[in-house]
Design a binder for this molecule. Structure first.
Ligand code: BF8
Ligand code: SF4
Length: 636
């Protein structure tokens, strides 16, 4: 019989019995109830694009080979995956737009709750975008940067690429993408065009559809890059900070508020107001005052910038409520389980949605507006304090499970640490160590949790294998959460799992940077939008060597990819030239044409390709082999 709870997170193992006792269904129960899942959908062979459908293609060739309109398996599979790329791009780019619009208002002096906390970063961004900084004050610069950024959502000239992507990739990669007509000129238009060309009776050529999808994925890259960079200017560029991760960061003697979602605009102000209202919390009877904890990518955002501990990642977000000690869960956008209010109802937890276009039945809604950010945050904290008064001490069950995590490795923080070794030329020590083989290559872990895998297991298994083979590891999103919870983002992990060469480098840099020991085994680069940070670092290396990204010994891995955003990220990673591992079977394998496009033809076009391998042990070996081949091609 299949084991219902699929996770290596000990906190999940500890809390699932609580769910059972309380009669609460979790993601693991719902996953089981869905078995067996639809074979047509799993293969990408179900089409619901029009109301003549749904149509299904018989994968075995006995039944229909075309939908009612005549669309075949290749068209249907390509259309489905292309739409996923557009949805992912929309998600990240809406997040980016939200930040850019807020920054524009900050520049006009209209948002007193916000400021430019990192003017140096703002200057660097302005220079990168070609804005004259001389003699400009911070606010007018912020206004100009935000306005120019919003131009990436407005430009109608197809021959002019989005500014952010132009300012973020090595020249050789930009030339390649230009020659393939893959550079987006306008984020919104690119998403809209994908929706238009995938309408019934439009683009039916799988290659053309896939290439259109890749342009959407590059629009996704553009949107997430601007989101990361503007967030740094407004909220501060992350630098290393020591914190803790996993459910044990919830404290029985505190009023616990979890921030869950993606967008830092609200969570930043919640953190601030929690300090201001701490006395009220103590007065309400919580000796430790307010304890903010993070979940998913909002968790990553506040963890990197403020050292706020991470309670958990995507698949186990329900567990935080099952502790019986979570007083409020504050939700913004994306990857939030609609089941949360039901579970909150079983306890005393206030589950609060905050964004007008992201509401959930049964949740309380506090409408968040940047203009009233402080009042909104204060209202939310007061709701948590009231909920705390209703908490039943007899139902508290907080497993004492947490691990130390050193997080906050923005590209700037990595360069700063390297500068401690060579202040004249910070990238040189990294390049030297890649050349001499102490570091064999660099792997970026990104993406989600997925019920189709054992939660967090593939991340940890592949990372240990790569580290033993002296591969430098970076992580974002729920992957970063998996490593933080699993104890792979601390110095002990470096001692335990890094190969000799990697250990020597992490130790030398860590010591030079004043950490009294090595850098952590996996460097935490942030939330999902912060995948752009890894590209910033890789681009700096490529430019320095006058190479393309695809020439470098770089790989990406999404062992538990799940969301449309993850599909978009993996697709732009391929378009940037990186061999990109997927540990989840993509829903395209019903079409040999689309499968070949993604795993083979993409390499001819972009240099990058999808490497699909669901067994983490084998995936680790394959990634090591890919890195060896990349090194050999460089003569290393
Ligand atoms: O943006 S890694 S499950 S939470 S999509 Fe979602 Fe996937 Fe987590 Fe963050 Ni990214
Ligand atoms: Fe069926 Fe074609 Fe409509 Fe898809 S678009 S549901 S294949 S008729």
């Amino acid at each position: 019989m299949e084991i219902k709870v699929k996770s290596v997170d000990p906190a999940v193992a500890a809390l699932c019995p609580v769910a059972e006792r309380e009669g609460v269904a979790t993601v693991f129960d719902r996953n089981q109830a869905q078995q067996p899942q639809c074979g047509f959908g799993s293969l990408g062979l179900c089409c619901r694009v029009c109301w003549k459908g749904p149509c299904r293609i018989d994968p075995f060739g006995d039944g229909p080979s075309e939908g009612i309109c005549g669309a075949n398996r290749d068209t249907i599979a390509a259309r489905n995956v292309t739409r996923m790329m557009a949805a992912g791009a929309a998600g990240h780019s809406e997040h980016g737009r939200h930040i850019a619009l807020a920054m524009q208002k900050v520049g006009k002096g209209e948002l007193p709750a916000y400021s430019i906390r990192d003017p140096k970063k703002l200057q660097a961004i302005a220079t990168r975008l070609g804005i004259e900084t001389q003699g400009q004050d911070t606010l007018s610069l912020a206004y100009q940067v935000a306005t120019l950024t919003l131009g990436d959502y407005q430009n109608q000239d197809h021959d002019v690429a989005c500014r952010w992507i132009e300012a973020s990739l090595p020249a050789k990669r930009l030339d390649k993408l230009k020659s393939l007509h893959a550079l987006p000129h306008n984020i919104d238009a690119t998403v809209a065009q994908i929706m238009a060309r995938t309408h019934i009776g439009c683009d039916a050529d799988p290659t053309n559809l896939f290439l259109g999808g890749v342009k959407g994925a590059l629009a996704d890259f553009n949107g997430m890059t601007l989101a990361t960079e503007l967030s740094d200017a407004m909220f501060g560029t992350p630098a290393p900070v020591v914190t803790e991760a996993n459910i044990g960061v919830i404290k029985a003697d505190a009023i616990n508020i979890a921030v869950n979602g993606h967008n830092p605009l609200l969570s930043e102000v919640i953190c601030e107001m929690a300090d201001e209202l701490n006395q009220d919390a103590i007065a309400a009877g919580a000796p430790l005052g307010i304890n903010i904890v993070g979940i998913c990518c909002t968790g990553n955002e506040v963890m990197m910038r403020h050292g706020v501990p991470l309670a958990t990642n995507y698949l186990s977000q329900e567990m935080a409520i099952l502790t019986g000690a979570l007083d409020a869960m504050v939700l913004d956008v994306q990857c939030i389980m609609p089941s949360l209010p039901q579970i909150g109802d079983c306890f005393h937890t206030e589950v609060i949605t905050t964004m007008g276009d992201n509401k959930i039945q049964g949740a309380r809604h506090v409408s968040f507006k940047e203009e009233h950010a402080r009042e909104n945050a204060a209202q939310i904290i007061r709701l948590a304090i009231d909920a705390y008064r209703r908490r039943d001490p007899n139902r508290i069950n907080i497993p004492d499970i947490k691990r130390t995590a050193v997080v906050g490795f923005s590209a700037e923080a990595v360069v700063d640490a390297l500068a401690k070794v060579n202040s004249e030329d910070p990238l040189q020590p990294l390049l030297d160590n890649i050349t001499n083989g102490n570091i064999q290559g660099i792997a970026l872990f990104a993406g989600c949790n997925n019920t189709q895998s054992v939660q967090d297991n593939s991340y940890q298994t592949i990372a240990k294998k790569l580290a033993a083979n002296n591969v430098l590891l970076l992580a974002t999103g729920c992957g970063a959460g998996a490593f933080a919870k699993g104890g792979l983002m601390n110095q002990q992990a470096t001692e335990a799992y890094a190969g000799d060469g990697l250990k020597a480098v992490l130790t030398a840099v860590g010591e030079a940077a004043g950490l009294n020991g090595p850098l952590p085994l996996v460097l935490h680069m942030g939330s999902c939008v912060d995948n752009s940070r890894a590209v910033t670092l890789a681009t700096a290396l490529a430019e320095r060597l006058n190479l393309d990204l695809t020439d470098l010994p770089l790989v990406a891995s999404a062992p538990e990819a799940m969301s449309e955003k993850a599909v978009a990220i993996a697709s732009w990673s391929v378009a940037l030239g990186l061999p990109t591992h997927l540990g989840t079977m993509p829903q395209v394998t019903g079409s040999q044409v689309v499968t070949d496009l993604m795993t083979k033809d993409a390499e001819q076009l972009f240099g990058g390709y999808f490497l699909v391998e669901t067994d983490p042990e084998v995936a680790g070996d394959k990634l090591v082999e890919v890195i060896r081949r990349k090194r050999a091609a460089l003569g290393l």
